[in-house]
Write a protein that binds this ligand. Structure first.
Ligand code: HEM
Length: 151
């Protein structure tokens, strides 16, 4: 096993946790939790994100460091264009996640603490939209990484 393969393993592990977690949240938990009243639904989401978001930070660190390692190993100039595009879409995904963490996630936690369900619902809706965006960009990035898509 080479260092490259170890980096690729950590990279894809991070992608599996991040994109897989978003797919579960969007496709499974969201429709199931929609049945609940806000007083149950919003604390459930806050407790879920309190566990998922630290995992995403760990995945971001793994994906970013291993991706940069493999890119530098090959040399930026000699790397396929698809890798440059992956760097770009990866950075956009990380920026979107950092925006969720700093903005609506803080507002959702505060709203749940003071039981302000109206503000909590607005914050959760913003998180839902941004996670949907990152999920779509994540799937597109996997397609770029594996299929090239003519890049
Ligand atoms: C943050 C910046 C990122 C950089 C610098 C980066 C860079 C790289 C590099 C250099 C490889 C090695 C490709 C190979 O050896 O064939 C790779 C593989 C891969 N990357 Fe990224 N990546 C980044 C983010 C992402 C993100 C956000 C995703 C998905 C959401 C992703 C998905 C993949 C996949 C699935 C592979 C495996 C491709 C294969 O082996 O065929 N990457 N990445």
């Amino acid at each position: 096993m080479s260092v490259h393969h170890l980096m690729l393993f950590l990279h894809v592990l991070g992608v599996a946790v991040w994109v897989g977690g978003m797919a579960f949240a969007w496709g499974c938990l969201r429709p199931a939790a929609a049945q609940l009243a806000p007083a149950q639904r919003l604390p459930l989401w806050a407790a879920t994100f309190a566990r998922f978001f630290p995992l995403v930070w760990a995945a971001v660190a793994l994906i970013g460091l291993s991706g940069l390692f493999m890119l530098i190993e090959r040399g930026f100039a000699g790397a396929p264009r698809a890798w440059h595009v992956m760097l770009l879409t990866g950075l956009v995904m990380i920026a979107v996640f950092a925006g969720i963490w700093l903005g609506p996630w803080q507002r959702l936690q505060r709203a749940v603490r003071v039981e302000d369900w109206a503000s909590g619902a607005v914050a959760l809706n913003t998180i839902r939209q941004r996670v949907g965006f990152n999920l779509a960009l994540g799937v597109a990035t996997i397609a770029i990484a594996t299929l090239g898509l003519g890049l």
